[in-house]
Write a protein that binds this ligand. Sequence first.
Ligand SMILES: [Zn+2]
Length: 475
Amino acid sequence: MVELPDKSASFVEWYLAVVEAANLSDKRYGVKGMNVWTPYGLKARRNLDRVLVREIEATGSEAVEFPALIPATEFAKEKEHIKGFDAQVFWVTRGGLSELDVPLVLRPTSETAIYPIFALWVRSHRDLPLNVYQIVNTFRYETKTTRPFVRVREIHFFEEHTCQADEARATERVASNLEAFRRMAAAFALPYIAVRRPEWDKFAGAHYSIAFDLPLAGARTLQVGSVHHYRDNFAVPYGIRYEAPDGSVRVVHQTTFGLSERLLGAIVGVHGDAKGVVFPTEAAPYEVVVVPVTTAAAAEKVGAAAQHVAETLKAAGRRVVLDAGEERPGAKYYRWELAGVPLRIEVGARELETDRWTSVDRLGRKEPVGRATLAADVAARLVAFDRELARRAEAALAASFAPAATLADLHGSRQVRLVGWCGAEACGHAIEQAIDGALLGTPEGPLPFPVVAPASCVACGKTLGVRLAIAGQPM
Ligand SMILES: [Zn+2]
């Protein structure tokens, strides 16, 4: 038995212990921030990718793969971008025994790998829109404390890159991405807030950035993804132009949409509890665990029945594990609860003579499932489980925000704070200093809970141009 730290009192320690105890990642690899994906963790990651691919392809995006190495000459073309990433890149400067003429950057993100080729692909207005994505590993020289899935040096990265005919169409693509993310998050029962980042915190080279933030514990937040509008900031230096229907040559406007395995970190952090991980059904490596609960006399019959239950569910397309090991049922329950399996079916000797089995979901709710209606009953139970998971997460999200009327309210805050902000950068930094974190930005669209509009800036007291902003401590 593993003793997990208390989630609300020591969130980070709890998170690290849960990831390790559930065997989602092995941190013993010899490079800091480069962790090993275990079979169980990789199953979860592939489920996340499956949903991302489904939802982004539904919007007309196609998969591509670009090389991992970028010539320094291409990397340097957009000057804000290089300024933002210069301190974070790994360099390849030698090939075998010789120094390379042009050093290579191991991609920290792929704009500068992709856009020289976009300049060749885009010729005419008929080539637009160009919407492509890739799921690849990117690399960043992270100097802060690394944490599995949340802050790593080798990142499992989903990145969409698009070219649109003009700024308005690029803005429409941003809206389409926000909607795609809404569907992805809903699939994992994850509530979040979309926040427009302040100027000093937007993506390097972007016109503006909208990030998806989740409150985790206290004032802590996790950015799980972001959408960026580039206008023509990259298209000009990379020469991505097209011939318009009227024969004029124009520059494209671009957008990107990025997500990473932080999504898995968010699932662990938001849904997990004192017993371990809680996977929403779509993300779960196994949706159902079947445990025989047997007596010596009935061992053979119970074993065969459990096998039949597992096979029936597999045939219905479920991801199922049958735990027919020697351990006591209680030890198995404990282990699979720690691993976060949404639903357990107990196949017991006493139930052999009935028409039902016992099922217990990961929230501890017990209900029978019919033997003749097994697949349909399990499907219904998983839908109900996801719905309850989402309901609890939404309530927790709403409870993690509180308004702050003065900078003093922000000191040592145990909640993410809603503040009035005049928009001045100096006031933004004063807010960041007070909360010892970040001014995450201004909400994009309505927040998922009622909010009173602030009357004045929490830092300077001005009322002119005051807007609602969010301050927290990014994890
Ligand atoms: Zn102010």
